[in-house]
Design a protein around this ligand. Structure first.
Ligand code: AMP
Ligand code: MG
Length: 525
């Protein structure tokens, strides 16, 4: 396998001088050299052909013994020195100090077709940052990360990618519900791919330690490679912060568009490139509930619930601003950028929601129309994905002429979990909303067909519902990887009609409502 290695992070940033793989605080360095742990009986479960191609790996190489060894950590790529990155982070609102790649090991950076990619194994063994944990990952969480990062990419959401999903062949002990019932699970390794795995916490750690020299080095490195329009001076650092703020905002608007809840928006899980990163106890909205979070660890405070993601993005940006402050020494421009985020988010969110219901022109009542829609979606449990997808079938002229509100509701009725609840007040509010919506649609200039076409390009038909991953996981655990493959291929075309896959365009089955892994997830992975 011929990979074009080009390690910029290693060459341009300071390394930990200690090479022994022991748990410790790592000062004045951005990473520590560490090799993946060899595994017992590795096995490739799935490979993303697109990502392999993106990295310059041929189909033949993909099937080779060398591929298996390299991407399960059993062979080091020639001329490379794997490493774990040092970072810190705010977890659930509190500074947690040094975190770092506790179970991720970067193999190398490679260059293909003029693009730079960092490749990283998640679950490949302990590193100096493993703290009290084992550096490993289990099949369940690895299937979820592998499928979701590729699904997000095809949905058009900025994200890290995944090259491969493998079994390590080793057993890993986990207490899934943290209730004193640990059990062995199959160990797994995902190879993740991104232009960079730098996070907000990669800057916070040096600011917290008042190590402004290393802070400047890592910021200047980031500018040089990922924000070349920003010069390494005070003005450039402000522009950099503005750019990160816009990318973060854009990513979160996408999350809201597709109904994705990250679940653990700690600052160590916020990419400096505005990519969705670290797929842990994430989830997809089924009923449209802004207070919903899949993360059981957060079920009390709901800090990272669906409707809180934009505010948390802002909170995290404030922490990044604090980290960059020593290089800028002027709070006003940073505060201005944070204030702009709020305004920009409100505008972008409204635009996105309007697009979801097929509106393009601007009318003063649009905000109210969207707010009332969200209230209706919540009033009786309504499936987000099905509702928006089916809404594109509404033909405005026909229905207004007939004044047939019931036929309107019929068009979206598959989205209601309990259609019998659609009576009284709930029905009244829906009728009121649909009349206003139909009138408002009349003010748009495009045809019904054009409207449908536009809406179907932003309202996915297929998303990775939590229960779907769970079905794939349960089969994979028994050695059947066919559902992983089926979902992987289904989610490559989330906006297309795929008649043979209609069974995946359905509300969550009732058995999945309370099943662990389907409705709620812990951080145990
Ligand atoms: P996460 O919540 O997955 O983003 O992880 C937070 C921190 O804990 C990061 O520093 C991870 O590297 C570390 N971590 C999570 N799971 C493990 C594990 N099994 N072994 C070692 N470190 C871990
Ligand atoms: Mg993380």
């Amino acid at each position: 396998m011929k990979l074009n290695v080009n390690d910029t992070f290693l060459k341009e940033l300071p390394a930990d001088s200690i090479v022994e793989n022991s748990i410790r605080q790592v000062n004045e360095s951005c990473y520590s050299f560490v090799n993946p742990t060899k595994t017992e009986a590795p096995e490739i479960v799935h490979v993303s052909p697109d990502v392999a191609k993106m990295l310059g790996i041929s189909e033949e190489e993909e099937k080779s013994e060398e591929f298996l060894k390299v991407f399960t950590g059993n062979k080091i790529i020639e001329n490379t020195t794997p490493y774990a990155m040092c970072y810190g982070g705010h977890q659930f609102g509190h500074w947690a100090g040094q975190l770092g790649d506790g179970r991720a090991i970067n193999l190398a950076e490679i260059n293909n077709d003029g693009k730079q990619w960092a490749i990283q194994l998640k679950g490949a063994g302990v590193t100096p940052y493993s703290r009290t944990a084992d550096g490993l990952a289990v099949l369940r969480s690895s299937v979820r990360e592998y499928l979701c990062s590729e699904a997000m990419y095809h949905l058009g959401v900025p994200t890290t990618r995944a090259l491969s999903l493998s079994l390590s062949g080793d057993q890993v002990m986990r207490d899934v519900l943290y209730n004193g019932n640990p059990a062995y699970e199959k160990g797994a390794i995902v190879c993740r791919v991104s232009p960079s795995f730098l996070r907000f916490g990669s800057y916070e750690i040096f600011a917290a330690r008042k190590d402004h020299q290393t802070l400047k080095m890592v910021v200047d490195y980031t500018l040089k490679h990922f924000y070349p329009e920003c010069e390494p001076n005070k003005l450039g650092y402000i522009q950099f912060f503005k750019a990160v703020s816009l990318k973060t905002l854009d990513m979160i608007v996408h999350w809201q568009r597709v109904g994705f809840v990250h679940g653990v928006m700690n600052t160590d899980n916020m990419s400096i490139l505005g990519l969705t990163i670290d797929y842990g106890p994430y989830g997809w909205l089924e009923g449209y509930d802004k207070r919903w979070t899949p993360n059981t660890t957060d079920s009390e405070h709901k800090r990272y619930a669906f409707g809180s993601q934009s505010n948390i993005g802002l909170w995290n940006l404030l922490k990044l601003a604090n980290a960059l402050y020593p290089l800028i020494e002027d709070a006003a421009p940073l505060e201005e950028i944070l204030a702009d985020y709020k305004k920009l988010y409100a505008g972008k969110y409204l635009g996105m929601m309007k697009a979801k219901i097929g509106l393009e022109e601007n009318h003063e009542d649009d905000l109210k129309l969207i707010q009332d829609l969200e209230t209706n979606l919540k009033r009786t449990e309504t499936d987000m994905t099905i509702f928006f997808r089916k809404l594109s079938n509404i033909s405005r002229d026909m229905i207004i002429a007939e004044k047939d509100e019931v036929s309107f509701l019929e068009k979206v009725s598959d989205a209601f979990y309990k259609p019998e609840e659609l009576k009284g007040e709930a029905l009244f509010f829906w009728k009121d909303w649909m009349n206003r919506y139909l009138k408002r649609l009349q003010q748009e200039s495009y045809s019904d067909a054009e409207k449908k076409d536009r809406m179907d390009k932003i309202n996915p038909k297929y998303v990775l519902r939590n229960y779907m991953s769970q079905i794939a996981i349960d089969a994979a655990d028994k050695g059947d990887y066919s559902i992983i493959d089926e979902l992987f291929n289904l989610l490559k075309k989330p906006y297309d009609e795929q008649p043979e896959a209609e069974k995946w365009f359905a509300k969550r089955p009732e058995w999945a409502r309370t099943k662990v892994g389907c409705s709620m997830l812990s951080c145990s992975s």
